[in-house]
Write a protein of this length. Sequence first.
Length: 206
Amino acid sequence: MSWYADHLVPRVVNRVCSTPGIARWRRQAVAGLTGTVVEIGFGSGLNVPFYPTAVERAYAVEPRDEAWRLARDAVADSPIPIERIGLDGQHLPLADASCDAAISTFTLCTIEDDALAVRELYRVLKPGGTLHVLEHGLAPDARVARWQWRLDPLERVIADGCHLTRDVAPLIERTGFAVTWIEQRYERGPKPWSYFTVARATKPLD
């Protein structure tokens, strides 16, 4: 870990990801969360104000102490208990089938083994539980995608491992989830960074 990754990146992410435009995406992402929720890449708690009233408890997985410190007010003001339970979305300290829902926002782009992280979410969800995602990723336009592949090595360096070229929908389907709703489009901003996917998927009942 470096000072840059531990302290500066969480502050930059907090600023960039707290715009009104992204808040509208967050509202879509959290819609339908219920019961006990695990959130990987909790960050500075930007999703917390949008949690539905049906959420009863949240487990936060966040590797950066600075991000958790920035989340202090959101956690304190939340009407539900929020507990930081771990640092690594690839290895969740939760029992099998212990959560009703899971959410990842702008996190699977950065986790080293994104497939392992999604498998972990699948493991800890109850049958019928839902996975909610909001991610940026690989654009469908060939010209934009070429620029994403060119910029990806630099992006990983300056943005603490973030990838521009991941495609979240096939990833969650390969894990066994059934995608029940999805919206994909460009947000305002440079196109290599602004092709967003917001989706909900369900773990089969058996």
